[in-house]
Design a protein around this ligand. Sequence first.
Ligand code: AMP
Ligand code: GLY
Length: 417
Amino acid sequence: MKVLVIGKGGREHTLAWKISQSPLVDEIYAAPGNGGIEQIARCVDIQDDQIEALAGFAREKAIDLTVVGPEVPLVKGIADEFAARGLRIFAPDKKGALLEGSKVYSKNFMKKYGIPTGEFRVFSDFNDAVSSVDIFGYPVVIKADGLAAGKGVIIAGDRQEAEDGLRTIMVDRAFGDAGIRVVIEEYLEGTEMSMLCFVDGETIIPMESARDYKRIFDGDAGPNTGGMGCYSPNDIYTPEIRQRFKEGIMIPTLEAMKKEGIDYRGVLYFGLMVTGGDIKVLEFNCRFGDPETQVILPRLESDLVEIMTAVTDKRLKDVRIKWTDRAAVCVILASEGYPGSYPKGRTISGLENGFGEEVYLFHAGTRSDNGIYSTDGGRVLGVTALGGQKEEARDKAYKAVDRIHFDGMQYRKDIAK
Ligand code: AMP
Ligand code: GLY
C-alpha cells in the first residue's frame, strides 16, 4: 500500500513511524512532513490545509490510504473532498469535525444528549457576555467558538480578567471569526485525562489512556501550550473510571452521533476532567492528540494500518487491538520563548547516535539540511521512552533528553512525576 500522512508535527512523525512498521505498507509520503519524517517518508511540499492540492496528489500517486494529523483540514472538509473523488481517507467528515470545530456546537450536542460536561452559556454579543460573566463565579472559563490553534481558551481568575478575555476574543478578534461567539463555562477542578478512540460510525474502541501536560512550566505554571509532555497509562485510569467512561460518555457519544446523522470515521479524542469518581467532558477533538500520540502508539502492538483500514471500511467490530502493559513517557523539547514567539534555525546536537532500547525520538519543528538538524518550530522534539513502570520510563526519557542540545532549549522536568 501507499500511505500519505498529512501534517508536520511530532504526532505525524509518530504516525508515520508506526505506519512504517506495517507489512501492508510499501511506501509512505508526507505533506509537508519535517526533518524526522523525512527519514521514513517522501516529503512533498504541500501544506496541510491545501485540500485540493492534497487530493490531486493522492490521485496522481494512487495513494491507498491518507491519514490526517491536524484539525484544520478536517474542519475544512478534507474527508468530504477525498470521498467525493473516491479516495480512501482516515478522517471524519466536516459534520463530524464540527465536534472540535465549534465549541458551541459540541456543548449543545452534549447538553442535548445528556453527556456530562460543565455548565455553560453561549453569547454572540460582547455586552451581554460581560453582564453575565459572573454567573458561575471565579475562576471562569471563556472559550472562543471556533478553532484558535489551542489558544482560544481563557481561564479568568476574576471579573477584570474575564472582561479582558472576552474583549480579546469578541472585540479585538484575536482569533478572527472564531470569536464571533463565545462559551462561558463553569470551571472544573480535578485531574485531566485524554481518551482517544477509534470510531467507524458503528463501533467505538478506546485506546490506552494518557495524561497531557499543557502548561509551559513545571508545577503547571505559566501559559497553555500545545502540550509539553505526556504519559500513558494515566494513573487515574482505574477499572472503575474505565467503566464509567465507557458507559457514561463513550457509548452515549457514539449513539448521539448516530442520531445526529454523523457517520464518524477516524479518531475521536475526549478531553476529560476526572474529580473523584466523576468524569466530565472538557472538549472533543476530531483527531489524534499531540503529544498523546507519542505515548499511545509506542504502546500499540497491533498493526495500525490494519486498524485504520477497518475504520475506513466500517469493519472495526472485527478487529482486536493489542497493547503492551509497559508505561510510556514523552518529554517535549521546545524553543526559547514558546508558546510566545520563538527563533528558528538553531542547530540541534546530540541526535547522531541511537538512544537505546525502547527510546524513540519524534521530531516536531525540525528541519534537516544535509544531515544537520535545526529548529523550525515551537515544539521541536519529543523523546518517548517505555518502561515497566512510568518511573522507569521517565528516567530513560530524561537520560536521553540530557544528550540533546540546542540554544534556548526548554522542557519540563516534572513530566509523569
Ligand atoms: P479545551 O480546548 O476545551 O480542551 O481547553 C483547553 C484546556 O483548558 C483544557 O485542557 C483544560 O486544561 C482547560 N479547560 C477547559 N475547560 C475547562 C473547564 N471547564 N474547567 C477547567 N479547565 C478547563
Ligand atoms: N494534546 C492536546 C491536543 O492534542 O489537543
